[in-house]
Ligand binder design. Structure first.
Ligand code: C2E
Ligand code: CA
Length: 751
């Protein structure tokens, strides 16, 4: 078969001579190997780049450059090797075919680089690709051979020819596998591996060429001029080609190196950017946590203060007007205590939504200060704008809310302060709004108040009272106990007293507990105060015992805060021991909400107190949200119906029914019932009719000083039918002396 003047699989002609004394210039062979190795290295490097860059254009460019390196390298190797070939005939190279072979090399190399662009190829795909590449390289080689013109006819020995094609395919496979293996990885070892692989690839390229050359048989006609050509300097040409090729490959490798560094830098930069944006996000979420309330997503106090300061600076500069509106949900604690914190949270979320819905969305600032306290900041032109907004919120708050299967209607107390009238700094404005809120609460809640200067006077008075109360507790000569008798309906006489504390203030006179219990509670003084009351009441009871009142029992009020102290049981025990009073003569009154607060820990303390023999009463019953299930679990003895249920009796049929129901329920739970605040005869009669066990109220007597209590007890008892004797002492007792057969006739006020 003859192809492009070359003979494949053809018998050698009978005429002519076979050139045997052909040789290769070893320097040029070495040069060719060097170029082949450089081409191998360049290809591996470019393949690595193709694998690493993400930009498709850059990828394409690297593919082309890689193909250029490989094609240039293979072709130069072939060209220099041909220059190294020395035969005793004159040889010329045809330019077109030489360039055709270069083009073929380029196509095969492009194909190789294209194959290497795919990240994960299977082995059979590598095999197929290397077959095509190998054929391409072989084609380049033999097309290159066809460019060689001389007197000789060129024949190829079939075995070696096939071996050369095989080597081309094998080298291609090795190149592809090594390239994809070395595409990833860094470090010195990786670099060394690349060098070693380049040497192997170079050897592959070169051995393909020389196997092809070994297959070549040159037949010259008989009588041809067989002399070694002179004049040409193949070494010079070979060197030039090698230098150009190495320069091209070297610059490509340098470009790849630079790109690699650039890419690393870019990656580092991207990582830094990613880190920075992560930091930004972290800062933003920290900001969110630091400045916003997690439950309602409203601003918290800190966030509010920041915005408040900015707005205040604006308003000060523009001589504008602003209102600070403080909001407090009335009796929110009861919800928390009785329905649990989850229900409380749910309620707060709904109420926060109501508040947000009532304000002008962007201009106004709404914050939750914790608990059930909210604060709104609005820009205004007239105080009425603040009033209207507050009224709108109060109205909105009254919308019924479904909570834990109940329908709730909440009310709000509001306090408003105005900039610049009520304060020039954030602190002043918050304080004055707080004072106004305090005023609203004091007025029975569900109301709104603007700050006024007399509130400030009152606030400073409170502060002074707090200090004076500390002094009074230390000095122990200003606090006094008053006693209010509790009338036993069955026995018809006073069998109990309630100890009610008073403060004999040097300037303000006798102060009721409403003026100072709150102050004591909010300033950590209540434990001391209640402890004093307990010991004093026990002491007074022991004095009463000495006067013959050995059956009288004493009720002492206990603050909810005190119920959280484990020492309480020990204090009670000490007070009883010191006074020598039997534990059964003491009763502790605890409000409904105090009991419902932290039921499990309270329960343990209450059991401890009960174990001493001391009775327990639930005070102000009906004002909280206690559940019957809880009530059943508590070790109670007495239930005190709150005054508010009695007030409108007998006018209010509903209240009569409620009181009747409470008495029935208490008796079912084996609790004795005391009704507080009995002021009229009609109330007394009604309670008697419905089986109330005890009554307490102004009808019988208000709380009186310890010195007066015996007279009061006697007065009541003398008027009682079961008390026996008619009044012997005291004109007032005589005046109101009851007839023996009318138990209700005693029920007229003594004082
Ligand atoms: P409380 O336990 O509900 O006490 C009953 C209050 O109702 C007493 O007011 C009593 O004077 C008043 N009261 C009694 N009968 C009538 C009536 O017929 N009509 C009217 N309108 N009021 C009546 P006081 O003494 O001002 O005590 C107020 C609250 O202060 C008490 O309510 C109690 O919760 C608390 N308190 C009193 N003394 C102490 C104490 O020593 N420690 C503690 N922690 N709290 C105390
Ligand atoms: Ca009480």
């Amino acid at each position: 078969m003859e192809w492009l003047g070359l003979h494949f699989f053809t018998e050698l002609p009978e005429h002519g001579h076979l050139l045997l004394n052909c040789s290769h210039n070893p320097f040029l062979v070495l040069l060719a190997y060097l170029v082949a190795c450089a081409a191998g290295f360049g290809t591996l490097d470019m393949a690595e780049r193709v694998g690493h860059v993400e930009d498709p254009t850059a990828r394409r460019n690297w593919r082309w450059l890689g193909a250029g390196c490989l094609a240039g390298g293979i072709w130069s190797t072939h060209f220099i090797s041909m220059l190294a070939f020395q035969a005793p005939v004159a040889i010329h190279y045809e330019l077109i075919m030489t360039f055709a072979s270069l083009l073929i090399a380029l196509i095969a190399s492009l194909f190789a680089m294209q194959t290497l662009s795919h990240a994960n190829l299977r082995l059979h795909q590598y095999l197929l690709a290397s077959v095509w590449m190998g054929i391409g390289i072989a084609l380049m080689h033999y097309v290159g051979m066809s460019a060689m013109h001389s007197q000789a006819q060129v024949y190829f020995e079939p075995g070696l020819f096939m071996a050369s094609v095989g080597i081309a395919i094998g080298s291609s496979l090795a190149a592809l596998l090594l390239s994809s293996y070395l595409r990833t990885g860094t470090g010195v070892f990786h670099q060394l591996l690349k060098y070693a692989a380049s040497l192997v690839l170079g050897a592959g390229i070169l051995s393909m060429h020389f196997t092809g050359m070994a297959a070549m048989q040159m037949i010259v006609p008989t009588g041809a001029d067989l002399s070694l050509p002179t004049g040409n300097n193949p070494i010079q040409l070979g060197l030039s080609v090698a230098v150009i090729t190495l320069l091209v490959i070297g610059s490509s490798v340098s470009a790849a190196l630079a790109d690699k560094k650039l890419q690393h830098k870019e990656r580092d930069l991207r990582r830094v950017n990613a880190l920075l944006s992560e930091l930004d996000q972290a800062r933003a979420s920290l900001q969110q946590v630091a400045h916003y309330d997690a439950l309602t997503s409203l601003l918290n106090r800190r966030g509010f203060n920041q915005i408040f300061a900015e707005k205040l600076a604006e308003k000060t500069a523009s001589h504008g007007m602003m209102a600070v509106i403080f909001l407090d949900i009335d009796h929110f604690k009861r919800i928390n205590d009785s329905l649990g914190h989850d229900a409380g949270d749910q309620l707060l979320t709904v109420l926060a939504g109501h508040i947000k819905g009532s304000v002008r969305s962007h201009a106004d600032v709404v914050a939750r200060f914790g608990g059930d306290e909210f604060c709104i900041l609005i820009s205004i032109h007239h105080r009425d704008e603040a009033r209207h907004l507050a009224q709108r919120i109060m109205q909105q708050m009254k919308e019924p809310i479904e909570l834990a299967g109940r329908r709730m209607v909440m009310t709000t107390s509001i306090g408003i302060s105005l900039f610049p009238d009520d304060g020039l700094t954030c602190e002043e404005l918050l304080k004055t709004a707080d004072l106004a809120l305090y005023q609203s609460k004091d007025m029975g809640r569900n109301s709104l108040n603007f700050f006024s200067s007399n509130l400030k006077t009152r606030a400073s008075l409170e502060l002074q009272l707090e200090e004076e109360l500390r002094g009074a507790l230390r000095a122990r000569n200003q606090l006094v106990l008053f006693y209010q008798p509790i009338f036993d309906m069955k026995q018809g006489k006073v069998t109990r007293l309630e100890a009610l504390v008073r403060w004999q203030h040097p300037q303000h006179g006798l102060l009721g507990p409403d003026r100072f219990i709150g102050i004591a509670e909010s300033n950590g003084l209540i434990a001391e105060l209640d402890h004093w009351v307990l010991r004093q009441a026990c002491h007074d009871l022991s004095l009463l015992s000495d006067r013959g009142y050995t059956e009288l029992t004493m009720s002492v009020n206990c603050s909810a805060l005190n119920l959280a102290r484990d020492e309480l049981a020990d204090e009670i025990e000490d007070a009883l021991r010191l006074s020598g009073i039997a534990a059964t003569r003491l009763e502790l009154e605890v409000t409904e909400n105090a009991l419902m607060g932290n039921i499990s820990s309270t329960l343990a303390l209450l059991r401890q107190i009960r174990a001493l023999g001391v009775s327990l009463a639930i005070d102000d019953f009906g004002t909280g949200y206690s559940s019957l299930a809880y009530l059943k679990r508590l070790p109670l003895n007495t239930l005190k119906i709150d005054r508010s249920f009695i007030q409108d009796i007998p006018k209010s049929i509903a209240d009569i029914e409620i009181v009747q129901a409470i008495i029935g329920m208490a008796h079912t739970l084996h609790l004795q019932v005391v009704t507080e605040g009995v002021e009229t005869q009609a109330q007394f009669e009604l309670l008697l009719k419905h089986g109330c066990d005890f009554v307490q109220g102004y009808l019988l007597s208000p709380a009186v000083a310890a010195n007066d209590i015996i007279g009061v007890i006697q007065g009541i008892n003398l008027r009682d039918p079961h008390g026996g004797a008619a009044a012997k002492d005291g004109s007032s007792a005589k005046e109101s002396s009851p007839s023996r057969d009318s138990p209700t006739s005693i029920a007229r006020p003594i004082r």
